[in-house]
Design a protein around this ligand. Structure first.
Ligand SMILES: *[C@@H]1O[C@H](CO)[C@@H](O)[C@H](O)[C@H]1NC(C)=O
Ligand SMILES: *[C@@H]1O[C@H](CO)[C@@H](O)[C@H](O)[C@H]1NC(C)=O
Ligand SMILES: *[C@@H]1O[C@H](CO)[C@@H](O)[C@H](O)[C@H]1NC(C)=O
Length: 129
């Protein structure tokens, strides 16, 4: 009886591992942690101890009345130029999810000058080793 119970547990554990594998390999990052997407956070420092892999997600939570999430190229990231976004990820709810599904550098800024007060983030996405 006890042995049968143990077997059932082992089988269930194996099933759980198999089922959870695809999700366990993807991480959803809350940009800025508890601070979220806001002014006066240094997102270079926030990102520097993290590894972003193909399949991960960035979750931007912010004040929808003031800010947005625009993907730009490196030049426009450096200069805070929001005139030519590659992609506008703003949905209007102040909670935007961006899939990182290519191994490359991604650059995001908030427009209306907020980029100058720190609302800019660059992440390097790599394939899972
Ligand atoms: C963020 O911190 C990095 C590393 O300390 C620094 O080089 C950079 O100038 C800072 N960025 C801002 C916008 O203050
Ligand atoms: C970024 O786009 C601008 C046009 O908006 C272009 O002038 C610049 O060369 C581009 N930079 C890169 C690194 O592709
Ligand atoms: C981005 O999309 C949002 C929602 O559709 C829109 O309100 C906003 O004006 C757009 N921003 C830019 C810079 O295109």
């Amino acid at each position: 009886m006890e042995r049968k119970g143990a077997m059932v547990v082992v089988v269930l554990l194996c099933l759980a591992v198999v089922i959870e594998l695809p999700e366990a390999s993807a991480t959803r990052y809350l940009v800025g942690g508890k601070m979220g997407w806001t002014s006066n956070v240094n997102y270079t420092i926030w990102a520097q101890d993290k590894h972003f892999y193909n399949g991960d997600w960035l979750f931007f939570v912010y004040d929808r009345n003031q800010n947005d999430v625009l993907e730009v190229n490196q030049t426009n990231y450096v200069s805070c130029n929001a005139e030519h976004p590659l992609h506008n990820w703003t949905t209007g709810a102040g909670r935007d999810i961006v899939p990182l599904n290519e191994p490359r550098h991604y650059y995001f800024i908030s427009s209306n000058g907020f980029c100058y007060s720190g609302m800019k983030i660059a992440v390097k996405v790599e394939n899972m080793p």
